[in-house]
Design a binder for this molecule. Structure first.
Ligand code: APR
Ligand code: PHB
Length: 400
């Protein structure tokens, strides 16, 4: 088999890239370890930056998003039960975010892939990348029947997430990683109940962080910060609702509609970046290159901005416009990645309870949130990061 671009992984990064390349007439094959229902079934965040919505429109993937997505012009912060609103649209010249679950995005990407005949090799085992530093790279795997498969290509793009094989294909002496592991996790539930507020609530409470989010007018997504050693079995629904309401405070907590949860999982929080994002004929995009903690919901949006830049670079190459785009991809992507890393780290730092926090740290945190409450400048900084920074170039720290 031969293709122009072999894409490893059919998550958001891989599937958005496959659609982008198709729109530019570039041939691609997506090689995915699992099956469609597994990839589509994973419950992840659900806030799309304006640019992500824009890309879905450009790619002709936005019909259901326009009907079912919930446009949010602002968000709420809460400090020890006192909530205040941030009018993101007013602060950013009209930018908004759209609440639409990653599961819905994946369904739209896969449905359109089927209609457009995008090729996906599902259930691919033992995926291995070869000759990445030459001019004729290839990828091998075993298909669902155990048969050995091989595709020759011009480029390989690793979109295989944090646990994939692509990042490890860079030589150890080329790769540098940067990491923060947070001493807590998020316990998240889904429930068929109306959301407590029209927009999200990010709550800093003495007992820990809580987040009130949603999937629709009748479906809520709630999270509470928990210890990493905790077990979902110790969190029956009543305990979860009691804790959530405490952290949202008496006023907001009293308005929460309780109901049976149908999803309950604990996720650890991590910041992680692997540099560079290109080596020879291999490019990395999305979680394969970087992880953000979920505070601010940047994960999928970052995958989208990576592949938007990479799609432009590859299109330039195939149009015969030279390889400046390809050569500049890593630095350009990392410049934006690090800003999203900074924002997600900061938003986590000011909203969560850290086990090592003393009275001084707590008061600094309270002062920072109170400053945001009272300062339009501080609110604008938060808002422009939350709705998504532009995809311009930038100075990368890669060489440092
Ligand atoms: N071979 C082939 N496919 C693989 C391999 C492998 N060795 N390892 C992992 N994969 C597949 C996974 O099964 C998954 O479908 O790669 C895909 C990676 O998808 P994500 O982890 O979703 O990563 P990405 O597309 O970069 O999306 C990033 O989406 O899932 C969220 O938390 C994530 O918000 C982040 C964003
Ligand atoms: C979610 O709805 O799952 C969600 C929303 C906002 C976040 C993180 C997760 O910051």
């Amino acid at each position: 088999m031969r293709t122009q671009v072999a894409i490893i992984g059919a998550g958001p990064a891989g599937m958005f890239l496959a659609h982008l390349l198709r729109a530019d007439g570039i041939d691609a094959l997506v090689i995915e370890r699992r099956d469609r229902s597994y990839v589509e079934g994973r419950v992840r965040a659900g806030v799309l930056e304006q640019a992500t919505v824009g890309l879905m429109r450009r790619l002709g993937l936005a019909d259901r998003l326009e009907r079912e997505g919930m446009v949010h012009r602002g968000t709420n912060l809460s400090l020890d039960g006192r909530m205040f609103h941030i009018d993101m649209a007013a602060l950013t010249g009209g930018s908004t975010v759209t609440v639409y679950g990653q599961q819905e995005v994946m369904r739209d990407l896969f449905d359109a892939a089927q209609v457009r005949g995008l090729e996906i090799a599902w259930n691919a085992a033992d995926v291995a990348l070869h000759e990445l530093d030459g001019t004729r790279p290839f990828v091998t795997w075993r298909d669902a029947d155990g048969a050995a498969r091989r595709v020759d290509c011009d480029f390989v793009v690793g979109c295989d997430g944090y646990h994939g094989v692509s990042r490890a294909s860079l030589p150890a002496d080329v790769r540098r990683t940067f990491e923060r592991v947070y001493p807590f996790g998020w316990l998240g539930i889904l429930a068929e109940v109306p959301p407590v507020e029209d927009e999200l609530v990010y709550a800093n409470h003495e007992r820990g962080f809580a987040l009130a989010s949603m999937r629709s007018a009748t479906r809520s997504r709630y999270y509470v910060q928990c210890g990493l050693d905790e077990d979902v079995a110790d969190w029956p629904d009543e305990r979860f609702w009691d804790e959530l309401c405490l952290r949202l405070g008496p006023e907001t907590g009293a308005r929460v509609t309780r109901g049976a949860s149908f999803e309950k999982t604990i996720a650890p929080l991590r910041s992680f970046v692997s540099e560079p994002m290109r080596w020879g004929r291999l490019f990395l995009a999305g979680d394969a290159a970087h992880i953000v903690p979920p505070t601010g919901a940047k994960g999928m949006n970052l995958a989208v901005s990576d592949v938007t830049m990479l799609g432009e670079a590859l299109a330039g190459h195939y149009r015969g416009q030279g390889d400046a785009g390809i050569d500049g991809y890593s630095a350009r992507a990392l410049a934006r990645v690090w800003k999203a890393e900074r924002f997600s780290w900061w938003f986590t730092s000011v909203t969560h309870r850290f086990p090592t926090m003393d009275g001084f740290d707590r008061r600094i945190q309270m002062a920072e949130l109170d400053y945001i409450r009272g300062s339009e400048a501080a609110q604008r900084t938060l808002a422009e990061n939350y709705v998504g920074l532009p995809l311009t170039g930038g100075v990368s720290s890669e060489a440092v």
